[in-house]
Write a protein that binds this ligand. Sequence first.
Ligand code: ATP
Ligand code: MG
Length: 452
Amino acid sequence: MRKPRLLLIDDDVNTVNGLKTLLSRSDYDTSCALTGRDALKMIERIHFDIVITDMKLPDIGGFTIIEEIKRKDANTSVVMITAYSSIQTAIDAMKKGADHYLTKPVNIDELELILGRIWEKQLLILQNRELKQKLDEKYNFHGLIGDTTEMQQIFKTISEIAPTTATVLIYGATGTGKELIANAIHHNSDRKEKSFVALHCASLSEGVLESELFGHEKGAFTGAMSQRRGRFELADGGSLFLDEIGELSSHVQIKLLRVLETGCFERVGGENSLNTDVRIIAATNKDLEKEVEKGTFREDLYYRLNVINLLIPPLKERRDDIALLADCFLIKYSKKNKKNIKGFLPQTMRLLNSYDWPGNVRELENIVERAVVMAKKDLIEPDNLPSKISLSVKQANRDVFSIPFGTSLRDAERKIITETLQATNGSKSKAAKILGISTRKIEYKHKEWSKA
Ligand SMILES: Nc1ncnc2c1ncn2[C@@H]1O[C@H](COP(=O)(O)OP(=O)(O)OP(=O)(O)O)[C@@H](O)[C@H]1O
Ligand SMILES: [Mg+2]
């Protein structure tokens, strides 16, 4: 990692030399200027990450210097130093774009703390810029983001199988991106000019599902006021994505098998056989092989569907994608909400990286969207995340506490309450919720212990 480049501007040689020596020791690459004019010349030639400038210079005013620095590069941070501790000067300097304000004599510890914070933030912004570039390049595959070997392998398989007409079966838990993958397969195939039609099989009753898939004739059943085309007709020449395929009834399974084998079907209530040329992409989060063993899923249909299978691992098994996905959603939702959020604080990212994501990428996307909406500053803070994340991370990190044999009920109770309070960062209401007791009971117990 490179050193931060720093410019010190002050007409007092002693101050400049003193600060330069101290800052060089703390790993800053420091340049100095004794006049405003010299400083502006240097700024034109070199990019500085941070400029520390005296407010009162002999030739050029401090406000002009700030304006010039920000005009050259708005990302350069400016720390103003002045002998005047007037609040108004500070406010005016901040208005012109200064990031921090210190009064003379400079407290070196305070200055180092400020510089450390500025540099940490600048590094995040730099990383974010690099990331944006990467997202535009290799990690983005038709809207699918992923840099882990698992995801890169899936992208490669998609490219290989997309041009064929082979049926694909996608396995993955909820929110892992099965529909997005089905879409990518379609858009990588020469069927891409034709329709991509999706149908969620789980939410529909058998009758409705049948009519959704194959269409129906007028009067086929009560309420069938007119003829209706089904998904197999709508997707003709294109791809049909059947989500939650494991939920099909045996009757629909037989009908589906027939279309797969012959390309022929009839609308519900119809006699004419219709032909269709559809590529089937199916998805499930059930283990279909087990369903076959149990007899709830037809073996012949399973083999028809399972020509190529793609297994999408849950997010917790490809943790290296979390930061990349989180950044991608951050950019998306900052734009959508017209906010200029630059990244995540390192401690926020640590929480995101440690959480188990039962709802996978969908859950991550929702949580980042919520955080962007909640954020008051330009970096996402841990407080912008729902408390369930920090709670579950804390709990996972904690050892399971043990209560030795022979412990009295009273002591065991005390230990349980104390440990839970620690896990909730002292929040009595959260602890009470976990323990299934009232907040007042916890307060009462505390009083009881303090008396003992
Ligand atoms: N690799 C990814 N890159 C970018 N976005 C993703 C990725 N995976 C999932 N998503 C996003 O997560 C959300 C859920 O994805 P999708 O609907 O494809 O999941 P699913 O596996 O079909 O879920 P379910 O089983 O609940 O139907 C979508 O908003 C999708 O854009
Ligand atoms: Mg889905």
